[in-house]
Every structure is written in C-alpha cells, then in structure tokens.
Design a protein around this ligand. Structure first.
Ligand SMILES: [Zn+2]
Length: 102
C-alpha cells in the first residue's frame, strides 16, 4: 500500500511500460493486473484513505510505501475511468440546468 502523493512513481511506471500487463476492471477502483508471469494475477485497489490521500493497494509482495508496476498499470486505467465518469457527471449537471431536456 502506498500514497501517490508521497511515493516515487517513475521507476514503477517504467517497469509497467516494459511489462505490457493485461489490466481488467472488477469495479471502479478495483482492477486485476497480470504480472511478469502472465498466469499470476494481482488485485489492485485505488481509493482515498480516511485522511483523503490517494492510496493504492496491490496484492503483490512489494513492500508498503513503494509503488509496484501492477499498481501503475492499473492506475492508468483508473485515471481514464475517473475522467470519463467526471465528464458524464458534468454532462448530467449541465442538462439539469437546461429548462428542457436535450
Ligand atoms: Zn503489485
């Protein structure tokens, strides 16, 4: 587990680029990611901890406080999904402001 705001990510991002993993969505904020051995699958969770820090949890054996390649691969998909979700919510809010539905 590590907080994005407090962790060096560059090495893990580079490792994720070399890994070419398969990332799948379980739910918004929960993903599976293949490892170096494609038969090994890790679960990655992206969430805000009770103090409000963006936190990532991976089931691999990387120690706490260090970013792993699986979490960086899953984070890329999570950020994309969060952006799409945010855009959809803004669209709904805009439609609510219109006097008629479009
Ligand atoms: Zn991992």
């Amino acid at each position: 587990m590590f907080r994005i705001e407090e962790t060096e990510l560059a090495r893990a991002i580079e490792a994720a680029r070399k890994l070419h993993p398969t990332v799948r969505v379980v739910a918004f904020g929960e993903y599976t990611c293949t490892g170096s051995n494609p038969l090994r699958i890790y679960t990655v969770k992206c969430y805000r901890d009770p103090q409000g820090f963006k936190t990532i949890d991976c089931t691999c054996k990387t120690q706490d406080g260090v970013a792993c390649k699986h979490s960086m691969a899953a984070l890329a998909l999570h950020l994309y999904m969060a952006a799409v979700r945010f855009a959809a919510m803004r669209q709904v809010q805009r439609r609510k402001r219109l006097p008629f539905s479009v």
